[in-house]
Write a protein that binds this ligand. Structure first.
Ligand code: PLP
Length: 428
C-alpha cells in the first residue's frame, strides 16, 4: 500500500520533536501537515503520494540551479567512488579555497565547516578573539543559525514560533548580544557611541532573509561599515543565504561594501551540509593551527561535499547566470503584484537577485516592524491555496523565497495562475 504524507507524519511525530529535524518544516505556523518529498528534479518536488510542486524553497536556498542538476550529481557520483571521508587534507579543499578567494575579494583565507550555524559561531569567536572584546551586535529578525549568541531576537523559525529569544540560552550569554532594529542607522550610531569600545563585531544579513525578505536601504551597509571601522569592531556579513544568491560575489559585491569577515552556507555546498567563513588574512591567521583561536571539524572539507560545492560554483559562473535569475525572479514578483492588484488584495513584494519576499500589506516593507505587522493570517490562507494548486512556498510568513535557474517562464506563468485562484479562494 502507498505510504501517505499523513501516515509518515503520524510516525514522525512519535519519533522526532514536532516530527521534523528542523522546525519550520513542520508547517506549525501555517497549520496543517507537511508533505514528505520522495524526489526532486529541476524546479519540482514530488511527494510520496506522487503530487508535484513547483518549489520556491529550494532546500532553503542551496538549489539555485534547480534540484538534482546532472553536473552536480555526476560530480558527487565521481567523488563517492573514491571514498566518503579521509580525515586528511584533500585536493578539492584547495580548489574550493582558491575559487572562494577569487570570487570574493574581501576573503584572503577561508575555513570550511559543515553548516551555516558553525560558520557564524566560528566567525564571532574569531571576532572576539581578535579584538579582545566580548559584545556582539545583531539585528532583530536576523537569523544566524542556532548558536547561543544568536538566539536573541532571532528570525526564521525562532520568530515564526514566537520564541525569538530561546530558553536554554544562558542570560550571561544573551547579555553579550546587543540587538538593533534593521535598516535604522541612527540607532546603530547611538549604540556604538555608548558601547563601541566593547563591541567585537557586528553581524548582519546584508539582505535580511529570515524575517521574510528585506533589502538594506540605500547607504545603510556603507554606514555600518564606517561605524565598525570608526569603533574598531569587525563587520561580519552573514552571507549564508545571500552568498552566490543575490550576485556571484554575494551581497558585498551587489552593494559594494567590504566586510572584515564573511560566512557562507547553503549554495556553497551544492545541497550537501557545508558552510565556510573567511576574511582578511591577518584575522584568519589567528585561527588554529596557524593561530590560537580554536575551531575544528571531523568532516570539514569533506571530499564529497566539496565535489558538490565545486560543481555548483562552476555552474553559477556561466555568463549571464545572475541576470537571467534576477529577470525570472522579477517576472514572478511583478506578476504576483499584478495578480494581487487585479484582485484588490493589499500586497507588496521585495526582491534582490534570486531571492524574494511576499507581504500582505500595501506598504513597501523595509523594517522588522512592518514585516511582522503584515497580514499573516492572509499569508497562511494563501500558502495553503498555493499548496493545493501544486506550488510550494516557504511555510511561514517570515522566510524569503528562492527562484532557481530551472524555473521556466511556463513555471512562473503557472504560479501566477495558481496565485489568482489562491487569492480568490483565500479572501476571507
Ligand atoms: N545564517 C543565515 C543568514 C541563514 O539563513 C541560516 C539558515 O537559514 C543560517 C545562518 C544557519 O545555517 P544552517 O541552517 O546551515 O546552520
Amino acid at each position: 500500500m502507498m505510504t501517505t504524507n499523513h501516515e509518515l507524519f503520524q510516525r514522525a511525530q512519535q519519533l522526532m520533536p514536532g516530527g521534523v529535524n528542523s522546525p519550520v518544516r513542520a508547517f506549525k505556523s501555517v497549520g496543517g501537515e507537511p508533505f514528505f518529498t520522495a524526489r526532486a528534479d529541476g524546479a519540482y518536488l514530488w511527494d510520496v503520494e506522487g503530487k508535484r510542486y513547483i518549489d520556491y524553497v529550494g532546500s532553503w536556498g542551496p538549489m539555485i540551479v534547480g534540484h538534482n542538476h546532472p553536473h552536480v550529481r555526476e560530480a558527487v557520483e565521481r567523488a563517492v567512488k573514491n571514498g566518503l571521508s579521509y580525515g586528511t587534507p584533500c585536493p578539492a579543499e584547495v580548489t574550493m579555497a582558491e575559487i572562494i578567494t577569487r570570487l570574493i575579494p574581501s576573503i584572503d583565507m577561508v575555513r570550511m565547516v559543515n553548516s551555516g550555524t558553525e560558520a557564524t559561531m566560528s566567525a564571532i569567536r574569531l571576532a572576539r578573539g581578535a579584538t579582545g572584546r566580548n559584545l556582539i551586535v545583531k539585528f532583530e529578525g536576523c537569523y544566524h543559525g542556532h548558536g547561543d549568541s544568536f538566539l536573541v531576537k532571532a528570525g526564521s523559525g525562532a520568530l515564526t514560533f514566537g520564541v525569538p529569544t530561546s530558553p536554554g540560552v544562558p542570560k550571561a550569554n544573551a547579555d553579550l548580544t546587543l540587538t538593533l532594529a534593521y535598516n535604522d542607522l541612527d540607532a546603530a550610531v547611538r549604540l556604538f557611541d555608548e558601547h563601541g569600545h566593547d563591541i567585537a563585531g557586528l553581524i548582519i544579513e546584508p539582505v535580511a532573509g529570515n524575517m521574510n525578505c528585506i533589502p538594506p536601504k540605500d547607504g545603510y551597509l556603507h554606514g555600518l561599515r564606517e561605524l565598525c571601522t570608526k569603533h574598531g569592531a569587525l563587520l561580519i556579513f552573514d552571507e549564508v543565504m545571500t552568498g552566490f544568491r543575490v550576485a556571484l560575489g554575494g551581497a558585498q559585491a551587489h552593494y559594494g561594501v567590504t566586510p572584515d569577515l564573511t560566512t557562507f552556507g547553503k549554495i556553497i555546498g551544492g545541497g550537501m551540509p557545508v558552510g565556510a567563513y573567511g576574511g582578511r588574512r591577518d584575522l584568519m591567521q589567528q585561527i588554529a593551527p596557524a593561530g590560537p583561536i580554536y575551531q575544528a571539524g571531523t568532516l570539514s572539507g569533506n571530499p564529497v561535499a566539496m565535489a558538490a560545492g565545486l560543481a555548483m560554483l562552476e555552474l553559477i559562473q556561466a555568463p549571464g547566470f545572475y541576470d537571467q535569475l534576477a529577470a525570472r525572479t522579477r517576472l514572478l514578483t511583478d506578476g504576483l503584484q499584478a495578480v494581487a492588484d487585479g484582485e484588490g488584495v493589499a500586497f507588496s513584494t521585495n526582491r534582490v537577485g534570486g531571492m524574494f519576499g511576499l507581504f500582505f500589506t500595501r506598504e513597501k516593507v523595509e523594517s522588522y516592524a512592518q514585516a511582522t505587522a503584515a497580514d499573516s493570517a492572509m499569508f497562511n490562507r494563501f500558502f495553503h491555496g498555493m499548496l493545493e494548486r501544486g506550488m510550494y512556498l516557504a511555510p511561514s510568513a517570515f522566510e524569503a523565497g528562492f527562484v532557481s535557474s530551472a524555473h521556466s517562464e511556463q513555471d512562473i506563468a503557472d504560479t501566477l495562475e495558481a496565485a489568482r485562484g489562491a487569492l480568490r479562494a483565500g479572501r476571507a
